[in-house]
Ligand binder design. Sequence first.
Ligand SMILES: NC(=O)c1ccc[n+]([C@@H]2O[C@H](COP(=O)([O-])OP(=O)(O)OC[C@H]3O[C@@H](n4cnc5c(N)ncnc54)[C@H](O)[C@@H]3O)[C@@H](O)[C@H]2O)c1
Length: 353
Amino acid sequence: MSKLRFGICGLGCMGQSHFARLHGHPRAEVVAVCDRDAARRAGDWHDTLGNLDLVQTQGGRAPLAGIRTYETPEALLADRNVDVVLITLPTPLHAPVAIAALKTGRHVLTEKPMAGQANDCTRMIQAARAAGRTLMVAQCIRFWPQYARIKQYVDEGRIGAVRFMTLHRLASPPTYSAGNWLRDAGQSGGALLDLHVHDVDFVQHVLGVPSAIYAHGLTGGNGGVDHIVATYCYQDGSYAVIEGGWTFTPPWPFEMGITVHGERGTLTWNSTRGQDVLFYHGGTEPERIACAGDALRLELDYFIECVLNGRPVERCTPASSRASVALAWLERRSVETGRTLHLSERLRAAWGV
Ligand SMILES: NC(=O)c1ccc[n+]([C@@H]2O[C@H](COP(=O)([O-])OP(=O)(O)OC[C@H]3O[C@@H](n4cnc5c(N)ncnc54)[C@H](O)[C@@H]3O)[C@@H](O)[C@H]2O)c1
C-alpha cells in the first residue's frame, strides 16, 4: 500500500486540524469525510478555530474536491476505500464509532479522551485485538516537542531520579464546540476529562501509575469538575502535582507548562515563554534546549508509520490511554469524597503498560 487512505469522522476543530496535516502528506491521503453539519461537509470552514493556513488562504473553503462526503459515520464506514478511520467526533461517539470501524477491519486513530468511561475503553481494546487492527488514541502531548524532549532527558538519566513533576493546563471556558457539547459535562466529562486528561496521561507516561491520588476540585453548575489540583504519589517518594481547568475568566490566555525536578537538575517549559525547554543543572544560566515541530503532524506520522510497517503503537498504547481515563475518574472520586485513594499493586500492574 503506497498511501494510507483516511476517512475523517467529524469536521470540527480537530477534524479540520488533522485534515490540514494530512493534505499533501507523502504517506497518507484523506479520501472521505463525514459530518452532520451540511456547511462543513460542503467545505465551508470559514468559522474554523484551528490554525489552518491551508483553508484561510482559500477564503475559508476546504479543498474537498475528489473527497467523498457523508452525513454519518455509518455511511463513511460503508465506504470500502477507507483504510483508517480518524475519529474527531464528540467524546461519547469515540467508542461506538471506533468499535464499528474496527469490526469492519479498519485501523482507528481517535481523539482523546479515549472514551468517557474506562469500560468503553476496554471494549475498544478488545475490538482492536479481535480485529487484528491498529488502535491509537491521539494523546498529542506525548508528541509535543517540548514534552517529548523532557521525557527523553528523563529517560536518558540526565536529571537523575525524578523527585517531583508539576504540570498545568489553564483556560477560559470553551465556546467553540458544535452545540457547545464541551460545556455539557455529561458529554465531555468537563475540564477533568477533556483538558486535564492530557497531563494525567503525560505524568503516567513519565512516572507510571501512582500508588495514591488526592485531588481538590471545583464542580461547575453542569456537574463537571472544571478545575482540579491533583497530587499523584509514588512508592519511591516521588510525586506529581497537576493543575487543570477551564474556569478562568475571559480573556484569560490558554497556558500549559511542565517542570520536572530530579536529583541532578530541573527541566522546565511554559507555553507563554517561547519554544525552548530550559535545563537547570548548575552554572549561572540554564541550558536552552531548542525544540521545533508540529505535535499533530508528528503524532499522525507516527501512527501512519506504525500501520504501514505493521508495528505496535508502543509510544501511546491503548492500555495507557485507558489508564488515563480511569485515573481521571479516580481524581473525581477523590474530589467527591475528600479522601486519598490508594491503588493496589495488583491494580497498578493491571493498568501499567
Ligand atoms: N488533542 C487535542 O488537543 C484536542 C483539542 C480539542 C478537542 N479534542 C478532542 O477532539 C474531539 C472533537 O472535538 P472538537 O473540538 O473537534 O469538537 P467540535 O465540536 O469542534 O467538532 C465536532 C464535529 O463533529 C460533528 N458531529 C457531532 N456529532 C456528529 C454525528 N453524530 N455525526 C456526524 N458528525 C457529528 C459536529 O458537527 C462537529 O463538526 C473531542 O473528543 C475532543 O476532546 C482534542
